[in-house]
Design a binder for this molecule. Structure first.
Ligand code: HEC
Length: 154
C-alpha cells in the first residue's frame, strides 16, 4: 500500500513536472504577445468625406442630363489615367459609390494634391499607384458633380 502511494505521488509529480517543463520550453514563442499591427485601425471609409470644398451632398434620383455631362467630362479629362473596365494608372471608378462617400469623391477630384498628402485613403491609393498622383484637372465644382453623377451609373 505504501509503495502504491509512493507510485501515485511520483506519477502526480511527473505530471506537474511535464506541464511545467512544457510551458517553460515554449516560453520564447507562445508567451510573447503578438506584435501590434502597424496599421491604424481602419475607420469606415463611407464616413470619410475627404478634405476640400465639398462638405455635404444629398443625392437624389439619378439625373440623366447630368450623367451625360459627366460622361463627356470623364472621357475628355480622365480617361488618360482611368478606365472603367479595369485599373489603369488610377483605379477604375466602377463601384466607387459603394466604397467612398460622394463628398470624398468630389474632394478627390477637386483637391487631389492635398488629399494625397493628408487623407488616409488617398495616401494609401497613392502608394498603390506606385507614387503616381491623381492629377488636379481643375474642374469646377459643377463639373465634378456631373462626373459624380456619371459614376453613380457605373
Ligand atoms: C494623370 C493621371 C490622372 C488623371 C488625368 C486623373 N486621375 Fe484620378 N487618379 C489618378 C491616380 C494615380 C489615382 C490614385 C490615387 C493617387 O495615386 O493619387 C487617382 C484616383 C482617383 C480617384 C479615387 C479613386 C478611388 O478608387 O478611390 C478618383 C475619384 C479620381 N481619381 C477621379 C478622377 C477624375 C474624375 C478625373 C478627371 C477629371 C481624374 N481622376 C483624372 C490619376 C489620374
Amino acid at each position: 500500500m505504501k509503495k502504491l502511494n509512493m507510485l501515485m505521488a511520483l506519477f502526480v509529480l511527473s505530471l506537474v513536472w511535464a506541464c511545467g517543463g512544457g510551458s517553460a520550453s515554449t516560453e520564447g514563442s507562445a508567451a510573447a504577445p503578438p506584435p501590434k499591427s502597424m496599421v491604424e485601425e481602419e475607420a469606415d471609409p463611407m464616413e470619410n468625406k475627404g478634405i476640400g470644398p465639398v462638405a455635404s451632398i444629398k443625392l437624389e434620383e439619378v439625373n440623366e442630363v447630368l450623367v451625360a455631362d459627366g460622361l463627356k467630362i470623364f472621357e475628355d479629362m480622365c480617361t488618360a489615367c482611368h478606365k472603367v473596365e479595369k485599373k489603369f494608372i488610377g483605379p477604375s471608378p466602377k463601384g466607387i459609390m459603394d466604397r467612398r462617400s460622394p463628398e470624398w469623391i468630389m474632394n478627390m477630384i477637386l483637391n487631389p494634391d492635398e488629399m494625397v498628402i493628408k487623407d488616409p485613403i488617398a495616401k494609401q491609393l497613392l502608394i498603390e499607384a506606385n507614387g503616381a498622383p491623381m492629377a488636379n484637372q481643375n474642374l469646377t465644382e459643377e463639373q465634378a458633380r456631373a462626373v459624380l453623377e456619371y459614376f453613380r451609373t457605373l
